[in-house]
Design a protein around this ligand. Structure first.
Ligand code: ADP
Ligand code: MG
Length: 319
């Protein structure tokens, strides 16, 4: 079995051209571009809580990084550096090699460098800290939404939660739908380009990790506004459309976590620009409602203007 230092050297020491000093010293050294503000975010994935103990290590490497980069995207920042704290039950090299491959493949695709971390023994747990840069005053905060803003989202929500429902035996998805849903659960795509391009004209943004209504609720609360969401406009992914349990599909759509899409608000005159941006990125951007003076909860309205009953709670580790 490899020692701690062999693991670090062999699997986690890679060139970090964006850093002054990368892995190997007491600290990494980084020099932000002049005048830039740093955006810093940490997320932990615990075995048995965030993933099953026998999860595919390559996909886990991808996801551990993706969920952090998603926070950087939701802030409108450009990701630059990450650190990785890895707690492993044992030094199983095949597992570590596959994990590192999934991790670095995603890191390379966004030119993000791993600059440090920690490697310890214990129950499997992965903590990544991501550091990005954003020009002063341009971060997409949760508290910037204004009454009258339109509410937008990228992609569609619910497929990741539906995959989880399948794995837990709550539903049996047909083959093709299952594949699509599992991909959303295991290898989410952080919306980095979108976050960066929204800088300067979206008023507020958040990534959907705990459920569409719950995460939108964080924007509403921080901004002191309400929201009216149009039920008919909510984008439905194919996996959701094919789910025969309609109550479950609705729950996943509105309250399912782990999608890592972005929800953002922008003033109505930006509509055409946002539509053009969606076309440019090849990523559907859908206008799902408006921010109102009420609040701070979102109400969902059907085509007749009647309130659609909604599951309200998102995921809470201690609830
Ligand atoms: P220290 O004893 O000072 O905490 P370590 O021996 O834990 O240092 O780590 C040695 C070097 O390897 C440090 O630069 C640290 O940031 C880096 N490192 C440790 N584990 C990882 C990891 N999983 N990924 C990336 N870098 C790591
Ligand atoms: Mg250490």
């Amino acid at each position: 079995m490899a020692s701690e230092f062999e693991i670090i050297r062999q699997y986690f020491t890679r060139p970090a051209p964006s850093a002054v000093l990368g892995v190997g010293d007491d600290c990494a050294l980084i020099a932000p571009r002049p005048g830039m503000v740093l955006a810093v975010s940490t997320d932990t994935l615990n075995s048995g809580v965030h993933f099953l103990p026998d999860a595919d290590p390559g996909k886990l490497g991808h996801k551990a990084l993706a969920v952090n980069l998603s926070d950087i995207a939701a802030m409108g920042a450009d990701p630059r550096w990450v650190t990785l704290a890895l707690t492993l039950p044992e030094a199983e090299e095949k597992w570590i090699a596959a994990f590192a491959e999934g991790f670095f493949r995603l890191a390379h695709s966004f030119e993000v460098d791993l600059i440090g971390g920690d490697t310890t023994q214990g129950p499997l747990s992965i903590t990544v800290t991501a550091i990005g840069e954003v020009p002063p005053g341009l971060a997409l905060r949760r508290d910037g939404a204004r009454a009258g803003d339109e509410i937008w989202m990228s992609g569609a929500t619910g497929e990741a939660a539906l995959a989880l429902a399948h794995l837990r035996g709550r539903v049996a998805l047909p083959g093709k739908a299952l594949e699509a849903c599992l991909a959303r659960l295991h290898t989410p795509e952080p919306r980095i380009e979108l976050g960066g391009r929204l800088r300067g004209f979206a008023h507020a943004a958040i990534d959907v990790s705990d459920g569409l209504l719950a995460d939108l609720g964080h924007i509403l609360e921080a901004s002191g506004v309400g929201a009216e969401i149009e039920w008919e406009k909510l984008p439905r992914a194919e996996g959701l459309a094919r789910c025969s349990d309609r109550a479950l599909a609705t729950e996943c759509l509105l309250a399912g976590g782990d999608d890592y899409e972005l929800v953002f608000t922008a003033p109505p005159p930006k509509r055409a620009e946002i539509e053009a941006l969606g076309r440019d990125l090849g990523l559907p951007l859908t206008r799902i409602g408006v921010a109102t003076r009420g609040g701070p909860q979102a109400i969902v309205l059907d085509a007749q203007g009647k309130i659609v009953p909604t599951p309200r709670k998102g995921y809470d580790h201690f609830a």
